[in-house]
Design a protein around this ligand. Structure first.
Ligand code: ADP
Ligand code: MG
Length: 243
């Protein structure tokens, strides 16, 4: 038995409304340090919005979010030390791989020599050592996506947020990048929250899965538990439990 890890991310009764529309309602979840958690649910259920609240790109309408015991209310995105990788990898096309990975470090005024080492380290982690001088257009979709992950790892994030990181990849690549991302997590140990609408992805990659629908979390548990004992019939049919 390994010792229980402290809570790295605590979301407490969080809600979000846009105008009259309630998009998230009463979201509470506690994620231990080093865990890999998937937010799983159909399109439009509020997954990306929840990720944006955690990242500080949107403010919650109610409730609290804590990172390593520190309340994030009012802490701006660039002070949170959270790495975010969105669905479209959003590399700067006119910048080399090295420059792309360095970007977040330059924003933090890191000395040049330190930044260079961090960039090399991050590219090694995603198995792209030696690709630093290439342009994004010279890389495959999977490689570009790994550069985006390297960029968020270079800041040594307290939390890594991945929004549908595999959805732009073709089916074959998706399977192998699944394994890559999970192996990377196990080596680096960064607490990770990954959004996906793909139940197979969530169930095969994550330690725990939060199943969402209509702005709520219906169940938060280990994949086997969800599969064998779904909390609602929606959860059961979404993850394909035997009836
Ligand atoms: P998911 O990532 O699960 O597909 P989203 O979090 O992107 O879902 O969206 C959840 C709901 O919130 C959708 O109905 C979407 O239209 C709405 N929504 C998201 N962002 C905004 C916004 N900035 N203004 C108004 N409605 C929004
Ligand atoms: Mg989304």
């Amino acid at each position: 038995m390994t010792a229980p890890q402290p809570i790295q991310l605590r979301i407490d009764k969080v809600s979000k409304t846009f105008g009259e529309t309630r998009v998230l309602e009463d979201i509470s979840i506690a994620i231990p340090k080093g865990a890999f958690v998937a937010l799983l649910g159909p399109s439009g259920c509020g997954k990306s919005t929840l990720l944006k609240l955690i990242a500080g790109l949107e403010a919650p309408s109610g409730g609290n979010i804590e990172l390593a015991g520190e309340a994030l209310n009012g802490v701006p995105a660039h002070r949170r030390d959270i790495g975010v990788v969105f669905q479209s990898y959003a590399l700067f096309p006119h910048m080399t791989v090295n420059q792309n990975v360095r970007f977040g470090l330059d924003m933090r005024d890191m000395p040049k020599a330190d930044a260079k080492l961090r960039v090399e380290e991050a590219l090694e982690l995603v198995k792209l050592g030696g690709y630093g001088d290439r342009m994004p257009s010279e890389l495959s979709g999977g490689q570009q996506q790994r550069v985006a992950i390297a960029r968020s790892l270079a800041i040594r994030p307290r939390l890594l947020l991945l929004d549908e990181p595999l959805s732009n990849l073709d089916a074959v690549l998706r399977k192998s990048v699944r394994v890559d991302i999970r192996e990377l997590h196990d080596r680096v140990g960064a607490t990770t929250v990954m959004v996906t609408h793909d139940q197979e992805e969530a169930m095969s990659m994550a330690d725990s899965v939060a199943v969402m629908s209509g702005g709520r979390i219906l169940q938060f548990a280990a994949p086997e538990e969800i599969y064998e004992r779904p909390a609602t019939s929606f959860v059961g049919s979404f993850v394909g439990s035997p009836a």
